[in-house]
Design a protein around this ligand. Structure first.
Ligand SMILES: Cc1cc2nc3c(=O)[nH]c(=O)nc-3n(C[C@H](O)[C@H](O)[C@H](O)COP(=O)(O)OP(=O)(O)OC[C@H]3O[C@@H](n4cnc5c(N)ncnc54)[C@H](O)[C@@H]3O)c2cc1C
Length: 388
């Protein structure tokens, strides 16, 4: 380990590893630190991802693809089924993130980044109003590592932003609390992801079944932090008892998904990316692709700033300008749509589902679905018109 790097990245999730790979490819002296002993483990994710978004970053490899998905089935509270199926080969994968995340970190290392696991950032080094590196801890040892630029990729529980004076606090209504079982010995359709909506199932959220092969699936749900005092695991146990009474659970995870829009993401010497910057999609809860996109942009901007010897906020704001251009409109639209859909009751969901029973969708996305719903239910979904 050196005393000084061009860029230090805190957190080796998809955002951090893509940032590290990109920075190293731009010839920056790059250090990626990860607090966990094993990159990618434990997984806090249902592992669903769109093929098109993913292919911008990595060539698909069956070692980290658990299922090749051709469509989705959505069930309303009263059980009305909406099926959205394949129009072409470009639907989605369910990943094996334990292998996927590790592969991304390997690619960063291969590009020239140094990687340190079991190394936790515990504070930032600040001088003259600039972030100049991180204080870190590795198996009982603590030390300072200087850097021209720090990229905070430390996920939903990010502390880096707060240490840098950026307000990343989430209101209860802007966080989905989730629980998930990896279940085995259950009957699942290995080509379809399933979603279940309803206030009895998952108030202010939804339940999912994402297949990982023929007899295995991530079965989970997220509920809005502002809706109930119950823990998501209570809802999940209820869901699973009804749906997979014979299934066996071989892994349990709990975690949060920020469902908001990012606020500030830069300061002197620092950028926030991925979940640390609150870049998950508020409508779907998906954050992997946005994490990778923001990690790549941040590293490209870091490269320009380091080479120009100017890591000031003015210089790093180029990162903010670019992510707003690329993913800002989707984040905004999804947030507004989420706010509107949160107001619907179960009877209204059933009536929406009934209105599109059996139709063919032009666009196999959450917004494609909303477009159809808004067309057929202009009164109920009046607020969506301006978004679609
Ligand atoms: C239950 C659940 C289901 C989800 N399902 C999906 C889905 O199906 N599809 C999808 O696209 N998204 C999903 N998401 C969201 C997705 O998991 C995240 O958006 C994505 O992982 C964000 O990537 P990231 O790199 O920003 O953060 P993370 O993947 O969270 O990585 C952050 C890393 O930083 C490390 N770290 C934290 N603090 C420190 C520190 N102080 N020092 C060093 N390292 C640190 C962590 O250990 C971690 O490895 C889900 C989330 C949850 C909770």
């Amino acid at each position: 380990m050196k005393d000084h790097y061009d860029v230090i990245i805190v957190g080796a999730g998809p955002a951090g590893s893509i940032a590290a790979k990109t920075a190293a490819e731009h010839d920056l002296e790059t250090l990626l630190i990860e607090k966990r002993a094993e990159i990618g483990n434990p997984v806090r994710c249902a592992e669903g991802v769109g093929k098109e978004g993913l292919k911008q970053f990595i060539k698909p490899d069956k070692r980290w693809i658990a299922a090749d998905v051709k469509g989705a089935r959505i069930y309303s509270p009263g059980g009305i089924k909406i099926e959205m199926s394949e129009f072409g080969p470009e639907v989605g994968y369910v990943l094996e993130r334990k292998i996927f995340d590790r592969e991304l970190a390997k690619q960063a290392a291969k590009a020239g980044a140094e990687v340190m696991v079991r190394t936790r950032a515990i504070a930032l080094i600040k001088e003259d109003g600039f972030i100049r590196g991180v204080k870190a801890e590795n198996i009982g040892d603590s030390f300072d590592i200087q850097a021209d630029v720090v990229i905070g990729a430390d996920g939903v529980e990010s502390k880096v932003g707060r240490w840098a004076g950026i307000n990343t606090t989430l209101k209860p209504k802007d966080i989905e609390t989730c629980a998930q079982f990896l279940m085995t010995d259950i009957d699942v359709d290995s080509e379809y992801c399933e979603f279940y909506i309803g206030n009895q199932i998952a108030p202010g959220g939804y339940a999912w079944v994402f297949p990982k092969g023929k007899k295995e699936a991530n079965v989970g749900l997220g509920i809005s932090g502002s809706r109930t005092k119950l823990h998501p695991i209570d809802y999940l146990k209820r869901f699973v008892e009804r749906k997979y009474p014979e299934g066996k659970t071989i892994e349990i995870i709990v975690g949060g998904v920020p469902v908001t829009v990012p606020n500030k993401t830069t300061t002197n010497g620092l950028m926030l990316v991925g979940d640390a910057a609150r870049m998950s999609d508020s409508l779907t809860g998906g954050g992997i692709i946005h994490a990778m996109k923001s990690g790549k942009i941040a590293a490209e901007v870091a490269s320009i700033a380091v080479k120009a010897g100017d890591p000031s906020v003015e210089s790093l704001n180029e990162y903010e300008r670019r992510w707003i251009l690329e993913i800002g409109p989707t984040l905004q639209k999804s947030y507004k749509a989420k706010e509107l859909l949160l107001k619907l009751n179960d009877a209204e969901w059933d009536s929406l589902a009934a209105s599109i029973r059996g139709i063919n969708f032009e666009e196999l996305t959450a917004f494609g679905l909303l477009k159809e719903l808004a067309l057929r239910n202009p009164k109920l979904l009046w607020g969506l018109r301006s978004l679609l």
